[in-house]
Design a protein around this ligand. Structure first.
Ligand code: AGP
Length: 607
């Protein structure tokens, strides 16, 4: 997954491109580059490494001076991170491009072009598109683009410069997100809104197989048959401030602290007179009653939010819920059919596996409901029903506030479904809804105690591997706690059903294997404590995240953090916060780049 940008205007293009790319580094950051028209010829500067490495290179070797150009920040898919594999890529004498996405038939196209006498310098699929554009070039950019896109299979957003048309940018979109920003006498292309917020909040959404042409004073759109398209001008409701760190050391810490407000923005508009009301998302009690099975399909943290949803929906509404990793769902011939509902959870709304899973379910006749944070994203636009979460921009690669609002929507959905099916009465539905509305203040209070978690985190810093264990909702929480720790501290960890340890995995336990236990469910407390005692007896250092009434004795826990209690069903909303903070502190103590952990990108728009 990568970030692309482009600029047409009167400013110093290189500076604008670098500033815009800096807001897209969450999409990938193993190399970066720009290409700028300088006196009607295209000059390119690119390098492996972060954006600052590119800026240093331009300081040393000279910066392209111009007013029109394109830029790219990369998360490698084809070809390792290197100078030569970084974008932009050139095709022959006529074309320079930047690309986000994946070209599925690049090998066949490359073989054809080599047979036609073309040679390649990089390992990337992007260079194949650049060479194909050049191969098809007939002096007419739109015809060249249309012919080329007809030959390409895959997902892409492209920024294209044609040598013969200086001071003009072309952009094309198929699957991968792309917007066209509109400023005062200037225009932009970008993979995401934060890239342009410094200059404008107005933008157009480029849709599937559409072409945009930007030049001074003009932005036009057409389809692949060159039919002009009129588009609705949108206004980003984010401002730069919201997308900045606001004084926190890292975006992740800021976003953990934004969770109370994020919940309020997401939940309160969906509660009417004390009862959940999701009708604005196209969900009615009648439609809810009709569903036979519910599938929740997502990736990573979003899938973990689905796990919480499973426990809550099955407990309250008594409807079978199948939770699946999107990349597994697609290839296991799922039994999903017409009377089923699939819920796709996605912060970015662009995760390729989740989008493909939703399409597969739709082909099987299932109704699709998307729970998405990014407005106008692909998953959001293709779903039958849509619930936007309102966490605002989540910049840190490690998802926190998005997870929180995803589970808050799961609760709303579960309450409304259970009430629609007559499994809970109005009084119970009101009670649970009122408790959900209490969680923002309870989380804010919990965040005041965050310093207590630093000692617990210090005990983990030198660990090489650890287990997270829990039962029921605490097991679902353990999954999220484990992923948070792994992805930003680089310490191996695994979430394990506490009751399952004795069936093999407990052999791993020794004094070098800390165990974090989540114990917030009173009805499972005794059994969870016995599982903690099992690992303690084998030398493990034990750390317990527990409900206030479930504090373990010193014989059981070396460390514990007590979470003020709410109904056990809603404890995930509170107990996930210490798990997020432990991962954060351990990562900071290990000197890692908390917001941009190695090997990762914020949204994985490739399979
Ligand atoms: C979460 O911390 C990770 N960054 C990752 O697992 C993420 O949740 C996953 O890639 C799904 O992304 P999405 O929510 O944008 O679909």
């Amino acid at each position: 997954m990568c970030g692309i940008v482009g600029y047409v205007g009167k400013r110093d293009c290189a500076d604008v491109l670098v500033a815009a790319l800096s807001k897209l580094e969450y999409r990938g950051y193993d190399s970066a580059g720009i290409a700028v028209f300088v006196n009607n010829t295209i000059q390119t500067a690119k390098s492996q490494g972060r954006l600052e490495d590119l800026s240093k290179k331009m300081e040393q070797e000279g910066k392209p001076e111009g007013h029109v150009g394109i830029g790219h920040t990369r998360w490698a898919t084809h070809g390792k991170p290197s100078d030569i594999n970084s974008h932009p890529h050139r095709g022959g004498e006529n074309v320079t491009i930047v690309h986000n996405g994946i070209i599925e038939n690049y090998k066949q196209l490359k073989e054809m072009l080599i047979a036609e006498g073309r040679s390649f310098v990089s390992e990337t699929d992007t260079e194949v598109v650049a060479q194909l554009l050049d191969y098809n070039y007939n002096g007419n950019p739109l015809e060249t683009i249309a012919k080329t896109m007809a030959q390409v299979i895959g997902s892409f957003a492209l920024g294209i410069l044609f040598n013969d048309f200086p001071n003009r940018i072309y952009a094309v979109r198929r699957e991968s997100p792309l917007i066209v920003g509109v400023g005062e006498d200037e225009s932009f292309i970008a993979s995401d809104v934060p890239a342009i917020l410094k200059y404008t909040r107005q933008y157009y959404l480029l849709e599937h197989d559409e072409i945009a042409m930007l030049e001074e004073g003009s932005i036009t759109f057409c389809n692949m048959q060159f039919r002009p398209i009129q588009k609705k001008l949108m206004t980003a409701d984010w401002d730069m401030e919201a997308a900045e760190k606001q004084g926190y050391e890292h975006y992740m810490l800021k976003e953990i602290h934004e969770q109370p407000e994020s919940i309020k923005r997401t939940v309160m508009p969906r509660i009417e007179n004390g009862m959940p009301n999701l009708s604005e998302c196209g969900i009615t009690p009648e439609s809810l009653r009709a569903f036979r099975n519910i599938y929740i399909v997502a990736c990573g943290t979003a899938m973990h939010a689905g796990m919480v949803g499973k426990y809550v929906i099955e407990k309250l509404a008594r409807v079978p819920v199948i939770v699946d990793i999107a990349s597994e769902f697609r290839y296991r011939s799922p039994l999903i059919g017409e009377s089923d509902l699939i819920i796709i959870i996605s912060q970015s709304g662009e995760t390729a596996d989740s989008l493909a899973a939703m399409r597969l379910a739709s082909e099987r006749g299932a109704k699709t409901l998307a729970i998405v944070n990014a407005k106008g994203s692909s998953i959001a636009r293709e779903a039958d029903m849509l619930i936007y979460t309102h966490a605002g921009p989540e910049i840190a690669v490690a998802s926190t506030k998005a997870y929180m609002v995803q589970i808050s929507v799961m609760y709303l959905f579960a309450f409304e479904l259970a009430y629609a099916k007559g499994k809970i009465d109005e009084a119970e539905c009101r009670r649970l809804t009122a408790l959900l509305l209490e969680t923002p203040d309870r989380i804010a209070a919990l965040l005041e105690q965050k310093e207590e978690l630093k000692a617990m985190s210090e005990a983990l810093v030198s660990a090489e591997s650890l287990l997270y264990i829990g039962r029921g909702l605490d097991y679902a929480l353990s999954m999220e706690g484990s992923l948070k720790l792994k992805e930003i501290s680089y310490i191996h960890s695994e979430a394990y059903a506490a009751g399952e340890l004795k069936h093999g995995t407990i052999s791993l336990i020794d004094r070098d294997m800390p165990v974090i236990a989540v114990d917030t469910q009173p009805d499972l407390h005794k059994k969870t404590v016995s599982n903690i005692e099992e690992v303690k007896a084998r030398g493990a250092k034990t750390l317990v995240i527990c409900g206030e009434s479930l504090i373990p004795s010193k014989e059981v826990a070396d460390y514990f953090f007590a979470v003020p209690e709410i109904d056990a069903l809603l404890m995930p909303m509170l107990a996930v916060v210490p798990l997020q903070l432990i991962a954060y502190y351990v990562s900071v103590m290990r000197g890692n780049d908390v917001d941009k952990p190695r090997n990762l990108a914020k949204s994985v728009t490739v399979e």
